[in-house]
Design a protein around this ligand. Structure first.
Ligand SMILES: Nc1ncnc2c1ncn2[C@@H]1O[C@H](COP(=O)(O)OP(=O)(O)O)[C@@H](O)[C@H]1O
Ligand SMILES: [Mg+2]
Length: 256
């Protein structure tokens, strides 16, 4: 089984890669659960979900009644008593939508910093993430923010691959290093890099150089068709054959 988390700086292509891996696993006959855990993500769009279907999926972090029902505390309250192991096993099936055999769940944001980690909505999201990685037996594609907030020590062992997406440029390096440090803190070992928006040999060389000892499992080309998909609301998988071919090589390494 493949449980994959995708992270990296905003705008590097996490959502693009997530959508492609979801379709490649689906195409190979796997059951796929794609999870949008980045508030700025739009994974549903990259997957080509029809807008009315997207509108029907509410992010779990915004389901106040559910959070209260499951944790025993009102969202937004801090430091009070609430269940740290709320029931979550019915959530993926009940609150997701399926399009072309890809199930999509919108997680919403974990609030980080300050007292944020002590509130009930975070307890629910963490329990849900642990459940997705450890109890469900389908391919999991978790499209994350630049961090590991949803993950914890318990989950780290169950992550088959955490892919950090980088693009040619110094700015994605700092974020990559920070993610690496956080991953190391929770004992997450299977880290890989994918270089995106690559325009040629020198971009590839740049990425290999910043990767140091992190394995680079592939590159996606800079591809105007990816932008076109975003503009027209089509699935990247449907209209960007060059990028799909490159993603297929990455997929081959992950599923080998
Ligand atoms: N390989 C690529 N070639 C050209 N544009 C890309 C490529 N990958 C992503 N983009 C564009 O970059 C922007 C950010 O991509 P996205 O996948 O949403 O990044 P993230 O999820 O990391 O924020 C989008 O407008 C997308 O169309
Ligand atoms: Mg995104």
């Amino acid at each position: 089984m493949n449980k994959i988390a995708i992270t990296g700086k905003g705008g590097v292509g996490k959502t693009t890669l997530s959508s492609l891996l979801a379709y490649l696993y689906q195409e190979a006959g796997y059951n796929v659960l794609a999870v949008d855990a980045d508030p700025a993500s739009g994974l549903s769009n990259a997957l080509g979900f029809p807008p009315e279907l997207v509108a029907a999926i509410e992010p779990v972090s915004e389901m106040d009644e559910l959070i209260f029902e499951r944790t025993g505390a009102q969202p937004g309250t801090v430091g009070g008593f609430f269940k740290l192991n709320p029931k979550v096993d019915d959530i993926p099936d009940r609150f997701s939508a399926t399009y072309r055999d890809i199930r999509l769940l919108r997680m919403g944001t974990i609030k980080i910093g300050g007292t944020g980690c002590l509130c009930p909505e975070n307890a629910l999201l963490k329990a849900l993430t642990t459940h997705l990685f450890m109890r469900r037996n389908e391919v999991l594609i978790l499209d994350m923010e630049a961090g590991v907030e949803h993950l914890g020590r318990a989950t780290a062992q169950s992550v088959d691959a955490m892919i950090i997406v980088v693009e040619p440029g110094r700015r994605s390096v700092g974020v990559m290093e920070e993610i690496r440090r956080l991953a190391n803190d929770i004992g997450l070992r299977r880290l890989y890099l994918v270089g995106n928006k690559v325009r040629g040999e020198s971009d590839q060389a740049f990425i290999r150089q910043i990767a140091e000892d992190l394995p680079v499992i592939g590159f996606l080309p800079y591809d105007p068709q990816v932008i076109e998909a975003d503009l027209t609301g089509q699935a990247v998988y449907d209209i960007a054959p060059e990028t799909v071919a490159a993603a297929r090589e990455i997929w081959g390494k992950l599923s080998a």
